[in-house]
Design a binder for this molecule. Sequence first.
Ligand SMILES: NC(=O)c1ccc[n+]([C@@H]2O[C@H](COP(=O)([O-])OP(=O)(O)OC[C@H]3O[C@@H](n4cnc5c(N)ncnc54)[C@H](O)[C@@H]3O)[C@@H](O)[C@H]2O)c1
Ligand SMILES: [Zn+2]
Ligand SMILES: [Zn+2]
Length: 393
Amino acid sequence: MRALCWDGVDKLSVQQVDEPRIVNDQDAVVKVLMSAACGSDLHLVDGYIPGMRAGDVLGHEFIAEVVEVGPGVRERKVGERVVVCSFIACGRCAHCRRGETSLCDNGNPDWGLTSALWGETAGGCFGYSHLMGGWAGSHAEYVRVPYADQGLFPVPDEVSTTRALFASDAAPTGWMGADLAGTSPGDVVAVWGAGGVGQMAARAAMLLGAERVVVVDSVPERLAQVRDHVGAETLDADAVDVQDALRELTGGRGPDVCIEAVGMEASGIGRGIRPLAAYDWVKQQLRLQTDRPTAVREAITACRKGGSVFVLGVFGGVVDKFPLGAVMGKGLTLRAAQQHGHRYIPMLLERMASGELTTEHLATHPMPLEDGARGYELFKHKRDGCVRPVFVL
Ligand SMILES: NC(=O)c1ccc[n+]([C@@H]2O[C@H](COP(=O)([O-])OP(=O)(O)OC[C@H]3O[C@@H](n4cnc5c(N)ncnc54)[C@H](O)[C@@H]3O)[C@@H](O)[C@H]2O)c1
Ligand SMILES: [Zn+2]
Ligand SMILES: [Zn+2]
């Protein structure tokens, strides 16, 4: 079958690889209908996440049709159109029972690497390096899905394939950030990053009752999407001082909830000389730090006393000039997680069916798999208004 593979250095190309097959009783094999590239994939292609091997298939945000189920699969049937959660969860371990499904003890068979780095094994994710299990990704014609009863979610007929696609990753990630940050009616919520994840976090905050939701970025097409399709306010970091603007619209206090949806490749967008942003960039290029925490720092600085900061952006290692004093001194709650999609996807599909949650505008660049390398280039450089390239199979 055809799959978009990484060459072990920095290139992507379509290769012929073996078709997946049922390995365990609880597996399904699905035929991919659409697979989107996510900001997390850029961190892989740009070489900031270790554990990738030449020939690995990328992709974890996808919608598919079930073509084969193992004898232990009880709920899912051949022929169903399903959203696949980007994280792999068994549904039975202690973490799954607590709803922390991206931490599943059984989702990641590669035990050594992440426990050496982080003190514990992380969960597993499709197409996300051998750090996260080494599972083949969704930029391919077929994918093997372990724990099919847990990870496959039938899509209501009235929800289009393009809308449902984002219930796999961007929408549950954004919802989790707004939810676990404790967004409450009346809150002011600020979101850093107007990509798919930031937009979905902003929409979730609105649906959870926030009084004002403001998204910070500097890419005009993305800020326009936030206003036109999400219905939130925007701040162009190239045009205003973000810290001042956020204080102004909160009576001098700062937002109640600050959600970071940028990640380890944050840029030092904004007015004036940004010495800490430049410092982050230089240190990362010299490989003296793994991640650029620029937007996390900004979220912590902006947050009101006693407020809550949630980090949705992916980080892999250690960072420098982290404002721990502000976290302590302002009494902040700081949380982060990979997405626990299993607990949110059915609810998100219902909201998609009712029209409360629309996502199809994120699919700015539908294209065949063969155009994958071009799609990733447009996405990486945010060219031509690209928010997500979507491979239509
Ligand atoms: N927690 C999870 O489970 C999970 C799931 C999906 C994605 N992610 C992560 O979320 C992050 C966002 O994903 P995406 O798909 O929306 O990515 P994206 O690349 O489409 O969007 C990132 C946006 O951040 C903006 N940005 C860069 N620096 C900024 C700064 N200093 N301040 C404000 N905005 C800034 C960029 O202009 C861009 O619009 C990535 O790090 C991705 O890895 C996490
Ligand atoms: Zn993702
Ligand atoms: Zn589990």
